[in-house]
Design a protein around this ligand. Sequence first.
Ligand SMILES: CC(C)(COP(=O)(O)OP(=O)(O)OC[C@H]1O[C@@H](n2cnc3c(N)ncnc32)[C@H](O)[C@@H]1OP(=O)(O)O)[C@@H](O)C(=O)NCCC(=O)NCCS
Length: 183
Amino acid sequence: MIYGERIRLRGVEKEDLPHFVEWMNDPEVIEGLLAFWPISSADEQRWFEHLPDREPVERPLSIDVRAGEAWQHIGSCGYQHIEWKAREGEIGISIGVKALWNQGYGTEAVKLLLKQGFETLNLNRIYLRVNATNLRAIRSYEKCGFVLEGRLRQALYQYGSFQDLLIMSVLRSEWESSNREVL
Ligand SMILES: CC(C)(COP(=O)(O)OP(=O)(O)OC[C@H]1O[C@@H](n2cnc3c(N)ncnc32)[C@H](O)[C@@H]1OP(=O)(O)O)[C@@H](O)C(=O)NCCC(=O)NCCS
């Protein structure tokens, strides 16, 4: 497991699936994600069964927050689209427990992913895509050192209108000059 100050990242377990079904059917949670259609427990079970088909480093990680002696599952994050030749990869994150938004857990999880990406996977560029209207996410990514790299104009259609999709990234050189900041 990957431990931070207040959270840990671990492999997804079967027991997590009811949480994902709840969160991925919550309009407020999926507003910032690319998901847009209700999912069932059976959909989620099938998704879980196919996880071993992915490269281990491209399997999602569950985010747990310390709750006294125990841990509470609050969301997920991880890498996808890793290109080993260009040494780049894309990250994604979702915290499903809305009561815990704005408490720094998302920022801590992304910083842990950056540390893993640069120091374990030896990546050179770590990027993400974010809806231009997702101001909380953008602020959190900026706190982690992500800079705006590009704007895909009207690349998303959501709630009856086209919206821009932002590409943000951190380069290894930037990570190193920021003293490999981790929580
Ligand atoms: C986006 C997400 C991962 C951020 O995690 P989090 O733990 O809520 O965020 P953090 O507390 O680490 O940081 C949020 C920052 O945004 C700020 N913020 C919140 N709402 C804001 C708004 N409307 N405008 C600008 N800044 C805002 C917070 O004040 C905080 O900044 P600060 O520490 O300088 O005060 C989480 O909210 C989430 O999973 N949301 C639902 C799914 C989602 O949108 N995923 C991202 C897809 S790209």
